[in-house]
Structures are given as C-alpha cells and as structure tokens.
Design a protein around this ligand. Sequence first.
Ligand SMILES: *Cc1c(COP(=O)(O)O)cnc(C)c1O
Length: 375
Amino acid sequence: MAVDFQQLAVEGVRGLMPYQPGKPIDELARELGLKEADIVKLASNENPLGPSPKALAAIQAELADLTRYPDGAGFELKKALCNKLSTDAYNIGPEQITLGNGSSDILDFITRVFVNDGDDVVVSQHAFAIYGLVARMVGAHCIAAPAKNYGHDLDAMLAAITEKTRIVFITNPNNPTGTWLGKTELVNFLDQVPENVLVLLDEAYFEYVNEADFPDGIELLPHYPNLVITRTFSKAYGLASLRVGYGVSSPELADLLNRVRPPFNVDSFALAAATAALTDDDYVAQSIAINNAGMQQLTAAFKALELSFIPSVGNFVAFRVPDGVNAMDVYKQLLARGVIVRPVANYEMPEYLRVSIGTEAENTAFIYALTAVLS
Ligand SMILES: *Cc1c(COP(=O)(O)O)cnc(C)c1O
C-alpha cells in the first residue's frame, strides 16, 4: 500500500489553500511570447518608482561579504528604525523590534507564539489572506466579522471575540479595499478588547496615508500592552523582492516573537538596503507623490468609464466591473493585452478587480486596455 501522505500531514495543513500572489511578469511574457518590457504589472501593490539609489548602493557594498552569515540580531537596521520611529513623546528601543522576512513573517510568529490548535483568531471580512492562512496552519479557526461598506466594522469584530480568541488582526488601511480606520474609533476599539487578546495592527501602507485622523500605531503602543504593530519595506520603501519588514511591540512581546524567529531570517542585502532606504526621505516623498497623482489619474478614468470603485488611501484601488460583466473575464482579457491586475474573488469581492497605482505611463496603458476590454 502506498503511504497516504495527505493523512500524515497535520490537520491544519491538510485543508490549506496556498496564498495566490499576483501573476509574475516573466510568466505572462512566456505565455504571450512578449518581452517583459511590454508587460504592465499592477497586481501586487509594488512601488513603481524602482528601488532607492541609496538602497542599491548599500547592496553593492554588501556583495563582497556574501560568504558571511548576516547579522542575526539586525543591529544596524534596528538602530535606524529606533531613530526613525522615536519621537519626543515616546522612545522606541531595539528590544521592542522583531525583524521579519517581510512583515508576513511577523504574522506567522505571533500566531505560532499565541495560538493553539482549536483557538480562534478574528479578522474582518475582505481582510488580507495571510491572517487566515497562518491561523489555519496551527489548527485555529479564522472568524471573519462582517465588513461595513467594505471596511472593518470594529463593533462586529468586538462581538466576534470569544473565550477562545487569541489575536484580532486589524489592517489600517486595509488591503484589498483601501478603507481606513480613524484614531478615535481605533482607540475606542482597543479600550474594549480584553487585555489577554492580542491585537495585530498591520500598517503595511502607513506611509501613503495623509488623513488628519489617521492613527499612528506606534504612538498607541505605550497604552496597550497587547498591541503589536507591523510595517514593511515592501511598499513605500520599494524593496518587495528583498523580503524585509518588522514588528514593534512591548519588549516582552518582542522577546516572545523573537523566540520563534529563524536566526537568519533577514539576509545581509535586505538588512543593508532597508537601513539605507530609511534615510532616503526624498525617495519616499517621490513615491507618495507618484501615488497621489496616479490615484487621481485612475479614479478620474473610473468616473469617465462610469465604474464604481472603493475610495482608497493605499497604493491600489478596487473597482467594480459593470453589471452583467464577469470580473474574471475582464482580468483575462487584460492579461491578453499585457496588463496584470488582481482578481479578488477570494476576498469575497467577485465583482471587483484590484489595480495597483503605477507610473503615469503604466496607468495610461491599463486605462487604455480596460477601455478596450469594456467597449
Ligand atoms: C503587502 C502587505 C503586507 C506586506 O507583506 P510583506 O511580507 O512585508 O511583503 C502586509 N500586510 C498587508 C495587508 C499587505 O497588503
């Protein structure tokens, strides 16, 4: 008898569906027989500006040390992060930081530290897919509270917390909807979450938001010992391929998270590039300016095409295909024209597609292709 390895796999893994990333450029180029340069990828909320020159120079300088293990403690990057994050009102120390191979790593760590088989985590409907994935991996249930106008309904999330709940995942702003929570409502929520339930506040798109009442999670940390903030270098800092992100929390929580962190989870290029990118304020400012202009360009086009979209403060926007039109068909027809966007049916938004903000030329190519597909 052949061994049934499916049955040998731990229960949480047996039913797991892998994360579906945006379609890679080289894959579509192969399929269509096109050059990579002819393809526009607006599918993974990547920074269209290309990497910071400072980050590139830092990587060059690391090449000679390729034979050495990276600094497992991430001393220089943590020091640079503490400089960046500390203010007159609060001081962030290196003992509060957990470095991740992408901020997704931190989502995995917090789950492995705090969630047992049979426990619950609470997310919002339309939330980032990784939360459910890491929870199911350890045999936990992922409870999705119904959304309100596509955004988090914090009262519904509070109501979903039970004795078995270990973590509540909040994404601000949320991906793929681009919706956001104000400081007043977030603080009101944090005040009501039981002290023994962790709150993971995922701020992957923090740098892009320019709203008066938008909360800075770091500022809230001193008041909520159960709070963990995650941020990333994958989006506004333009280093998605290098895989580097971080968690900020109390030293006690950081100590626990670091116990399950693989010793060299962030490589020397990522450490050096992220440290350098943190000093490149011009790059981040330019990235935000491109994003603001691109958001204007895309939303104006949606209005002209009479397509509804969810107002977004991130570097992406979800738009609704016209009634009677199948979003997956639109996605495939855009692919055939060399434009990659992201289907979001797996986020319970089957009539939507998500498009990342690109350069002006990329946005124009997308609008041109979309107009052709819909006409
Ligand atoms: C892109 C994204 C991240 C960042 O992932 P990395 O692992 O840091 O690349 C985290 N959370 C959300 C909601 C995201 O959209």
